[in-house]
Design a protein around this ligand. Structure first.
Ligand SMILES: Cc1ncc(COP(=O)(O)O)c(C=O)c1O
Length: 386
């Protein structure tokens, strides 16, 4: 075929998905949410977060999440500003007593590990590092095998490593102290992967991924033990910056507020998404849907001549972020730019992974029919560029 550039290859309309947003975060926000935002705009946007309209949004989020995750007795939904990155600092100040243990197998797990490891008031962290594309859990046995001796009072790992498309099963590691906290980064996993919250003490996320909202907020589901830990650390007199003070966030959340001014539109979009999931059958429905849509992509990659799933072990493969490696015969960056020119956006791989890869989010907001259409577009583009 004569030279085809990214911009002059037109994908036929009948192949295109109805919605071309497949990013892993910021991620697709459904039009019904945007309509709700527009409808409620005049009564809630631009109004005080200390008054009933905005407080009721926070209330909807807190009760909606309690329902979605079927929270055990005593667990609380807490929120604050700044996204998951800020929550890492909140945790380093307000949840780690002396030392944290982490499993890292990609960018985001590493960033949290660095936050606790470099905090001057904490001991060096125990960091179990696994290769990107694989998974690890920081159990005492796995840490000992890696020559990492000692105990920790926080055990942390991602539910879903967004940079690689690896998901983990969340169970409290065997042999950790009764008092230790299990702290799970669910930024991209929450609401799209199965979880039994009773296995965790802190299950935290930012809502710009499967939770279908915008960034800038952190939400943490805390066990009674985690709440007690935050109070114990605060009472110890440790210096904690006011904006990172977990006890302050807990106290505000109990009043359906945030410590400082939140992005009201983010709260509204999030409340709508949670209620949509609950209305459709809750976490079981959502996780079945992401399993189905991600399955289409994995099956496609398994059967394609020029592609394969990046994550080798099927047990590690995420249902919400699917990574597909390509042979050298396919220039994945070029494929992504053709797709982008045709309105299919954000399937580029995580920038620092540096692979000939596409990364496709199959969050709950992504219609299974759109994923099927995307795969048809991929066949078309790969064929045309060959
Ligand atoms: C697993 C995971 N953790 C943490 C973050 C950071 O979230 P935020 O940008 O809200 O700080 C991300 C963002 O992509 C993520 O995917």
């Amino acid at each position: 075929m004569a030279s085809v550039t990214a911009t002059n290859l037109t994908i036929p309309d009948e192949l295109l998905p109805a919605d071309g947003r497949f990013g892993s975060g910021p991620a697709r926000i459904r039009s019904a949410q945007i309509e709700a935002l527009s409808a409620a705009g005049a009564t809630v946007l631009g109004t005080s977060h200390r008054q009933a309209p905005v407080k009721s949004l926070v209330g909807r989020i807190r009760t909606g999440l309690a329902e979605l995750f079927d929270l055990p007795e005593g667990y609380e939904v807490v929120l604050g500003n700044g996204g998951s990155t800020v929550f890492w600092d909140v945790a380093a100040f307000g949840l780690v007593r002396e030392r944290a243990a982490h499993a890292t197998f990609g960018e985001f797990g590493q960033k949290f590990a660095k936050a606790t490891d470099t905090a001057p008031h904490l001991q060096d962290s125990l960091i179990l590092a696994a290769e990107p594309g694989t998974s690890a859990i920081p159990s005492p046995a796995a840490l000992a095998d890696a020559g990492l001796d000692g105990t920790a009072d926080v055990y942390a790992w991602p539910h879903n490593e967004t940079s690689t498309g690896v998901a983990t099963t969340i169970t409290r590691p065997q042999g950790i102290d009764d008092d230790a906290l299990v702290v799970i980064d669910a930024t991209s996993g929450a609401g799209g992967l199965p979880v039994d919250i009773a296995e965790t003490d802190v299950y935290y996320f930012a809502p710009q991924k499967n939770m279908g909202s915008d960034g800038g907020l952190w939400v943490a589901i805390l066990s009674p033990k985690a709440v007690a830990r935050a109070q114990e650390i605060k009472d110890s007199g440790r210096w904690i910056p006011a904006s990172l003070d977990l006890v302050t966030a807990i106290e505000n959340s109990r009043k359906d507020q945030t410590y400082n001014t939140p992005a009201v539109a983010t709260l509204l979009l999030l409340a709508e998404q949670i209620e949509w999931m609950n209305g459709n059958g809750g976490l079981e429905w959502a996780t079945e849907r992401t399993r189905e849509t991600s399955g289409y992509v994995y099956d496609w990659a398994e059967s394609a001549e020029v592609a394969r799933p990046y994550v080798a072990d099927p047990a590690d493969r995420s249902s919400v972020v699917v990574t597909v490696d390509f042979d050298d015969s396919v220039d994945a960056a070029r494929v992504a730019s053709v797709l982008r020119a045709n309105g299919i956006v954000d399937v580029e791989p995580y920038r620092k992974l540096g692979r000939n890869q596409l990364r496709i989010a199959t969050f709950v907001s992504v219609d299974p029919a759109d994923v099927k259409a995307l795969l048809g577009c991929l066949d078309f583009v790969i064929d045309a560029l060959a």
